[in-house]
Structure formats: C-alpha cells, structure tokens
Design a protein. Structure first.
Lengths: 151, 118
C-alpha cells in the first residue's frame, strides 16, 4: 500500500562518489544522520551505536546492513521510531531503508525509500484504528465535532 | 464538565510508542469505541454486555488513562471516563513525523556533501 512507503528524492550538487562516501562510510553517515556508529557497515551485519540527535541520546542505533552495491544501492533494516527504552522492538518486523544513487549532469539524484510499515504491529494498529472500514474515521469526525463544541 | 483549555502538550518523543502499546488490544479498542461519542461513561456502563469483569475492565481503562487516550473524572462515588481526542489525532501524524525526520536528515546530508567536496 502506497501510504505504507515513505519516498524521498533529493538532487545533490555533488558527484555520486562523494554522496556514496557520505552514505556508506559509517563515520560520515553518522555526521549527517546524527548517530555514533561503532564499526564500518558490512552487508548482512548488524550495525550498532547511539543516536546523537539532541534529546534522543538515550536511543540506540540498531540496524542490519542489507545491500552495499558500490555507488548505486545502500540499504539497511531498522526499527523506526524505536525510542522507548521500555519497549522491546526486536520482536517487530523492521522496515527497509534503501538509498539509490543516480548520476545527473549537476551531481547526484538520491532516492530514499522506507518500506514495510504494514508489518509493524504499531503502525498497523494505528492504521486499523483510523481506517474507514472500521468506522473509526467517522468516529474521528464525531470526536472532532465534539471537541469543537466543547472548547 | 470541567473547563478544558486546549492542552499544548509538550512534545514527548515517547508518546507514540505508549499510544501504540495501549491500542494493541481488542478489548481496549472496543472500550474506546464505546467512548467515541464523546460522552462520559461509568465502568458499569462500559462493562454492559461485556464478558469481562469490572476488575478487568478497570485494568484496561487504566492503561488507556496512562497513555492519556482517556481521562477519568469523579462524580460522587463513581468514576467517569471520557475520551481525550488529542493523542488519537496525533497518531495520524506518525508517518508524517517519520517523513519529516527524513527531510531533515537529507537536508543535513546536502549540507554535508555540498560543503565538503572531494
């Protein structure tokens, strides 16, 4: 389902080789992704570390590197929004994050997709909760109407 | 009803996880369904036609209350529950929030690769 995929494209004014480095060198990746990663990325291997984003320093970085196809595809699986230390996310199916690079006359077209949200119990629950078929959407309107009447 | 000013809830990064956990249960979803008309209901009311004991229902209501999906007020000896719609509405923003995180990450990547060319 389309709503279960996050898709981003960005034109970067830098050659593919430069972008590739920024993505796949674990230290460079860490600089812009705001994460301190313990060791170089290896296909099929877990990658661990800590988020360095202010306010999220308690959050561990845990991903499993999938593909490293030089200057073309880099992907990993992880648990998005896995920010509650009290929750064991390891039982949930992770999402897949995939970066693909294409050379352009001015630099690099970088595409990022994150997919697999339909397999996350949490996201599925939220979706089911809000889905039309369950009448939740109608109930949401009730709630909104109620809130509007009871400011 | 107590006057409720719109609560500009302080951004709490843990809130989504708590919400999802609270919603991950058929009974609780059913209980919520009974509260979505915006009226206050007592435990007796909510337990009506339910195979569950009052005790079990109270337990589920507490989980929803802790996740701030519902709130409880007292009317004499009775506890009355009502839906707090704000957190439910915030669920809609889950994927949007992730999407925004990607936007910021990619804009940091842009600064990173464009400022330090090889």
């Amino acid at each position: 389902m389309e709503s279960n995929v996050i898709e981003k494209s960005i034109e970067l004014n830098a050659p593919v080789s430069r972008v590739w480095q920024a993505l796949t060198d674990h230290r460079q990746f860490g600089q812009w992704f705001c994460v301190r990663i313990d060791a170089p990325f290896q296909p099929g291997q877990p990658s661990t570390g800590y988020i360095t984003h202010p306010g999220y320093e308690h959050v561990r970085w845990e991903a499993v590197v999938q593909k490293i196809e030089p200057e073309h595809t880099f992907s990993f699986t992880w648990h998005p929004y896995a920010i509650d230390p009290a929750v064991d996310y390891s039982q949930e199916t992770p999402t897949l994050v995939e970066f693909t690079l294409t050379s352009t006359p001015t630099g690099t077209l970088l595409r990022v997709t994150e997919s697999g949200f339909e397999n996350i119990p949490a996201a599925r629950r939220a979706e089911a909760f809000l889905k039309d078929g369950n009448g939740w959407a109608a109930q949401m309107r009730n709630i909104e109407a109620y809130v509007a009447q009871h400011p | 009803m107590s006057p409720s000013t719109p609560n500009p809830r302080k951004h709490n990064p843990r809130a989504p996880a708590q919400l999802f956990a609270a919603l991950g249960d058929e009974t609780r979803l059913t209980l919520l369904g009974r509260l979505t008309n915006g009226q206050q209901r007592s435990i007796t009311d909510l337990a009506h036609n339910s195979p569950l004991t009052r005790q079990a229902i109270t337990k589920h209501l507490r989980v929803l209350e802790r996740a701030r999906i519902i709130r409880c007020t007292r009317s004499g000896r009775e506890r009355l529950y009502e839906l707090d719609p704000l957190p439910v509405q915030s669920l809609k923003n889950y994927l949007d929030a992730l999407s925004t995180q990607w936007d910021s990450a990619l804009s940091r990547l842009r600064t990173f690769v464009e400022a330090k060319p090889d």
